[in-house]
Ligand binder design. Sequence first.
Ligand code: NAD
Length: 307
Amino acid sequence: MTAIAFIGLGNMGGPMAANLVRAGHEVTGFDLNPAGVQALVAAGGKQAASAGEAARAADVVITMLPAGEHVRAVWTGQGGLIDVAKQRGGEKPLLIDCSTIDVESARAVAEEARAAGFDMLDAPVSGGVGGAQAGTLTFMVGGPDAGFARGEPILKAMGKNIVHAGASGAGQAAKICNNMMLAINMAGLAEGLVLATKLGLDHAKLFQIASTSSGQSWALTTYCPSPGLVPTAPANRDYAGGFATALMLKDVRLSQAAAEAVGAPTPLGAHAAKLYAALAEAGEAGRDFSAIYPWLAKQARGSVGEG
Ligand code: NAD
């Protein structure tokens, strides 16, 4: 049993914290939104009145927040979680941020933690809300070896694949590369489906052929944006739930900011950022990002609906 502080009990953090409780850990949580805290208490966790109070006696401190600015605000500066950890006697707590944020913020926060004598891991996840609930997330982890060795058994209570990607920031780097690849992939698949419709080709036939040919992809075989082909895909729920277009847009923009900073050519990533921005502006920010397919289909000449 480990005393764990969990800050950020939203769509992802809520079920992740509940899985830590289920694994026998003592979890104390805080979120600005009381509903998240109440859900943790209902799952057997404890509530705190602030992030600092949650972290005061914790052996492991975990955050799952929206973006870099929230992570910097919660961890750094006077009264931040690193400051709180400094006040604690006994063994030094392990610090873990699971949010998807920019590499620069992840490295800056980890550096402040290191300078204060703590191991900190950036450990963003893949697998969505379903993976968070089922405890099958993939964790991409950046940080020192000793911190990874200590954190791995804790992360295992929330995920299936725990990969040490490298030094601080490597977890975030892996996450934004993966999501940029997925964003491009899904847009390409949407184009293939729209073209198939216009050429009079049945989507089920294209699926049967492409899923065993060189056009095969995760987006096609496990997340197909054309309804009726992969039962668990958000396309069958009118693109509800899943991974919101707004979050995909955030991640592609993070990839483009990183690419610009290091001088990596990512022309398709840049174009994907424009496509998902247009999708979000068209009112689809809250729907799954695979809604790029019906959005594109509606733009086809002579179109009356979704492909
Ligand atoms: P969310 O908005 O549901 O949850 C974030 C929570 O953080 C909210 O409950 C909010 O109240 C809380 N919060 C914000 N500032 C806070 C503060 N200062 N103190 C305490 N709580 C604070 O978002 P989510 O879907 O859970 O995503 C969290 C992170 O995980 C994001 O970085 C996202 O990109 C990433 N992610 C999400 C998914 C997904 O499918 N939803 C998948 C992989 C990764």
